[in-house]
Write a protein of this length. Structure first.
Lengths: 89, 932
């Protein structure tokens, strides 16, 4: 039961990551692409957690935590760049 | 052991003056003199033993695999030089105390002087060829520092550079020669080499070895055609010249001739090369000494000439000539040191060294004049002075030589001419400066120098006279011991005496004296003759040569290294294609015995995404932001792949690096031109695509080939020993901080240095700041969006906690100092982005440089700490501890080391990124904070 649920979720998240990629590639505007990249990071968290559940290990938890905590900093940096050019001022 | 002390004491002594200060000069000089005095005492204590024919030795193994030992010997030759070096060195220390002006840095001078003294002592006492060479190069380096002591003067810098270039290059030739000799003999031990004369001289490699060794000796001893550096080394302070020209530096060359005499001398090549070089140098130096107007210039060329005499003597095929050469080394050292010091006193008192301006100084400084007259007489070779004795021996020996067959009479004739010139310039030096009518137009009114400044001159002059009067009593024993070393125990019987009866040598001496007087009186004809030549400045020629060399080298560099990164990549990739490609064609097939791993949909999807994003990064590189977003996707996919294939440490690191990387790129992008110009034409794009595809294909093939083959790697060792050896379950971390801790220490040091380098580069940088984005839209007005600020502040403590956690458990589970450092840095950078520099700086006025440096310090100290417990560098220890909530952890000393890594990473990352960010603010790194 859990295995099936795992595989279905993994498949769905993989598809959504592919769709994120499509959005990053196609745009049309820069904010669309940035948002898509951010979403891709979020979806990766799910993938990693699912992988951890599948292997029944805590080892991968920190990777997910790190993406959750820091992943958005890239997004913030790019956004700040769009807004002000100078990201640390 | 006490033999080693003779060299070690002055070496330690070079640190002593640094403890003194410029204000307390007497104390500084006295302290400096202590070490050489003790060393001299030790040498004297050995004297009796050495004179009896014993050769005390001491050796400490250094690099046995290379045949290199820290081996010292004290035979007669060494003893003679040790006494000269230490004795005259001590006098120089005393003299310098009064010579240096108030503005000169006395501790620095003494430190250099002692270093130089050490290296000279090392040369003369080395009992191993390689060791001798090490000290030889040390004299080149330390004399460079001494000659360039007044480094604010262009003359001094150029003279120092010239001396270093010539003697340094000669040193390299010497190394090659010594290596050849070592190969012929099969040992670098001095005694073995000296005993292998037959073996060496019959080997076909003898001639090249001899040439190389002589090249080293001749450059050092300023023999023609390498004489030009010596006069330019006159830019040094006079005590340095006095030391370099008398007992040291230039004497190292002739010492080498004497030292290698038993092994290399006697062949025809030796006789011609050494003898003729000496003869030419003798005449060249003496002639130009007569023409110079600068006091020190005259003395410098006279030194060249006297070195020529010594070299000539070593080149004559006679045992007595070698003795005469050694005798002349001592005599020349005494009178030349005295004369240089006198020249320094004159310069000091009158403010000029130009012989055309100086006159009649005897009225002002009768004592100095007396000393100069006596030392000058010794230099001229007047009877009853020491110079006369060795010069007469030289003339006598030159009569015996059959070197030039039927033309052999040329050698004594030319030697007499040389002596004649030497009389003339000595006369000119003494008479024009101290007599020749009353003094006029001197820049300063001279008077006698302080007694203690004159004391060294007096002592040396007294030695000149006493040796001149009582040669047999004073010198026989020492000379016989020295000659026995230079002649492999076959020392001739010595009859040092002033009067040998009327013989040809005496007549030649008299001819030289009278001829010299005559030449001096008619010297204006010589000057008029010389004026017909175009003056050639050796320095200009030398500089031209150097610049030509630099230009050629620069052109070679430019053709390879033209600043184009594409070009470097091109060569790199082509090289890999050729090497790896050709190697791959040799393998029997790509597929190894191992089965492929099973493939699932997730992997395929991930691979497709990564490939697509990678391609898009390259294709879209002209639209930078999009390209960077794509790059970010590649990074994310890489981290996921690391996670999928059981490398959680790598996944964590990759994630943290991605974040920091993005911030760096965004920071840099602001200062870069907003659009990439179209650079590549179609053929070039095609070429690059083909290259990239080929390179990728090869890397992929290699990967596949490696992964499908069973591999015996060192991993198993690490896996097995991680817990018992390093006390950690996380093998990656144990490798980083324990097994390969030394590597990591090197890496964090490099990181810290790179960060400091970047900080220094930013120091003076002024950059253009665009006022609008690429499409011409003005920037938004909201500097620090409130939501972002709030989020960032909330994240910071959380991130610090996580990084602390990851740091602490890093030894046993994924994590460690490096990742923790990156997390901390990223969180702090976020705060900078969200709240701005002003806000952050107010609340946390942290300097990053000390943090990075402290990190390297902590890591190093942890390593050094192992010494306290008698363990090798970076040995770790560990134990178990229980911390509430976090649980059982094993605390290893490695965690201290990891703390160092953590601090370095935090400090370095912030030093680079935060300072780049601060470029646009008033907190920018700048030399002058007020200007910022």
């Amino acid at each position: 039961m859990l295995d099936n649920a795992l595989w279905i979720s993994v498949a769905l998240f993989t598809v959504s990551i592919m769709l994120n990629l499509y959005r990053v590639a196609v745009g049309p505007a820069l904010p669309d692409r940035i948002l898509a990249l951010d979403t891709m990071y979020v979806n990766s968290i799910a993938l990693i957690v699912l992988f951890g559940i599948w292997l029944n290990t805590k080892t991968y938890f920190e990777a997910a935590l790190l993406i959750a905590m820091l992943g958005f900093i890239s997004t913030v940096a790019v956004c700040k760049y769009l807004l002000r050019g100078d990201i640390i001022e | 052991m006490s033999l080693l002390l003779i060299v070690l004491l002055p070496l330690l002594g070079s640190l002593v003056p640094l403890m003194g200060s410029n204000e307390r000069r007497n104390a500084c000089a006295t302290m400096t003199a202590v070490a050489p005095t003790i060393a001299l005492g030790i040498a004297l204590a050995y004297m009796g033993q050495v004179l009896d024919g014993d050769i005390p030795r001491a050796a400490v193994s250094w690099i046995p695999a290379l045949g290199l030992e820290l081996a010292m010997r004290l035979d007669g030759l060494s003893l003679l030089f040790v006494l000269l070096i230490l004795g005259i060195g001590l006098l120089i220390i005393l003299y310098t105390r009064f010579y240096l002006a108030d503005g000169d840095d006395m501790p620095r001078f003494y430190a250099f002087l002692m270093l130089f003294m050490t290296s000279m002592l090392g040369i003369v006492m080395a009992d191993n060829l390689l060791l001798l060479w090490v000290f030889w190069e040390l004299t080149s380096l330390s004399s460079f520092l001494l000659i360039g002591y007044w480094y604010r003067q262009s003359e001094a810098r150029k003279g120092a550079r010239m001396a270093l270039t010539v003697t340094g290059a000669g040193g390299l030739a010497l190394l090659a020669g010594l290596l050849l000799i070592g190969q012929i003999v099969g040992s670098y031990d001095m005694q073995v080499v000296l005993d292998s004369r037959e073996l060496i001289q019959q080997d076909p490699r003898y001639l090249p070895a001899l040439l190389l060794v002589l090249l080293g000796a001749f450059t050092k001893s300023a023999q023609v055609p390498f004489q030009f550096w010596l006069p330019h080394a006159m830019a040094a302070p006079t005590p340095v010249s006095a030391f370099l020209h008398s007992a040291t530096m230039v004497k190292a060359g002739v010492f080498l001739l004497a030292r290698m005499h038993p092994a290399l001398a006697g062949s025809e090549a030796w006789l011609y090369l050494v003898g003729l070089t000496g003869l030419v140098t003798l005449l060249y130096g003496a002639y130009f000494a007569l023409l110079k107007h600068d006091l020190k210039g005259i003395l410098a060329f006279s030194t060249v000439s006297h070195l020529g005499i010594i070299t000539l003597l070593f080149g004559l095929d006679s045992r007595l000539a070698v003795v005469a050469g050694l005798f002349h080394i001592v005599n020349h050292a005494c009178f030349k040191a005295a004369l240089f010091m006198t020249a320094g006193i004159v310069d000091h008192e009158c403010g000029t060294r130009d012989i055309r301006k100086l006159k009649g100084l005897w009225r002002f400084m009768p004592l100095t004049t007396t000393m100069a007259v006596l030392a000058g007489a010794a230099m001229a070779g007047v009877p009853l002075f020491n110079g006369f004795l060795s010069k007469e021996m030289m003339l006598a020996e030159s009569l015996q030589t059959p070197l030039l067959g039927g033309l052999s009479w040329l050698i004594p004739a030319l030697a007499t001419v040389g002596s004649l010139l030497s009389v003339a310039y000595s006369l000119r030096l003494v008479r024009n400066v101290f007599f020749d009518g009353p003094a006029r137009d001197l820049p300063r009114t001279p008077h006698e120098p302080p007694r203690l400044m004159l004391a060294p001159v007096m002592l040396l002059t007294v030695i000149c006279v006493v040796v001149g009067l009582l040669p047999a009593l004073t010198m026989t024993a020492l000379l016989e011991a020295a000659a026995s070393a230079a002649l492999a125990g076959d020392s001739p019987e010595l009859h040092l005496a002033i009067w040998h009866g009327v013989n040809p040598a005496l007549l030649m001496s008299l001819t030289a004296l009278l001829g010299g007087l005559l030449l001096y009186l008619q010297r204006r004809h010589v000057f008029a003759f010389q004026r017909q030549f175009r003056p050639r400045d050796a320095r200009l020629l030398f500089e031209m040569g150097i610049q030509l060399g630099v230009r050629i080298a620069q052109r070679a560099i430019d053709s390879l290294e033209n600043g184009s990164l594409q070009r470097y990549m091109l060569w790199l990739v082509i090289a890999v294609l050729c090497v790896a490609g050709s190697a791959l064609t040799q393998t029997s097939g790509l597929q190894g015995p191992l089965e492929n791993q099973p493939l699932d949909g997730l992997l395929i999807a991930g691979a497709i995404i990564a490939m697509f994003a990678g391609l898009a990064t390259a294709i879209m590189h002209r639209r930078r932001l999009i390209s960077l977003l794509m790059l970010s996707i590649v990074g994310l996919m890489t981290s996921l792949a690391f996670a999928r294939f059981s490398a959680p440490d790598l996944a964590l690191t990759q994630l943290a690096v991605e974040v920091v990387n993005m911030i760096l790129l965004m920071l840099a992008l602001f200062f870069l031109p907003q659009k990439t110009p179209q650079e590549s034409g179609a053929p070039r794009i095609l070429r690059d695509v083909l290259l990239a595809a080929g390179f990728g294909g090869i890397v992929a093939s290699l990967n596949y080939a490696v992964l499908t083959r069973p591999l015996e790697s060192i991993s198993d060792f690490y896996l097995e020993n991680s817990v018992p050896g390093g006390g950690g379950h996380n093998v990656v971390n144990v490798i980083l901080v324990d097994f390969r801790g030394f590597d990591t220490l090197g890496e964090i040091t490099v990181l810290c240095i790179a960060a400091i380098g970047i900080y220094k580069l930013l120091n003076r940088l002024r950059l253009f700041m665009p006022s609008s984005d690429a499409d011409g839209r003005p920037w938004a007005l909201d500097h620090h969006p409130a939501i972002l600020g709030t989020v960032a502040q909330t994240i910071l403590p959380l991130a610090l906690l996580v990084s602390f956690f990851i740091f602490l458990r890093g030894h046993n589970a994924p994590g460690g100092g490096f990742i923790a450092g990156l997390i901390t840095a990223a969180a702090l950078l976020l705060l900078y982005i969200a709240r701005g520099v002003d806000w952050t700086q107010q609340r946390a006025p942290i300097q990053f440089q000390p943090i990075a440096v402290a990190g390297v310090g902590v890591a190093t100290l942890t390593g050094v700490g192992s010494f306290v417990f008698g363990q090798p560098f970076l040995t770790s220890a560990y134990g178990h501890f229980h911390i509430p909530l976090i649980g059982d952890i094993e605390l290893a000393t490695a965690i201290l080391f990891d703390l160092g890594v953590y601090l370095t990473v935090v400090g370095s990352t912030l030093m680079m990124l935060a300072n780049l960010g601060k470029m646009t603010t008033r907190h920018r790194p700048s030399k002058n904070k007020e200007q910022a």
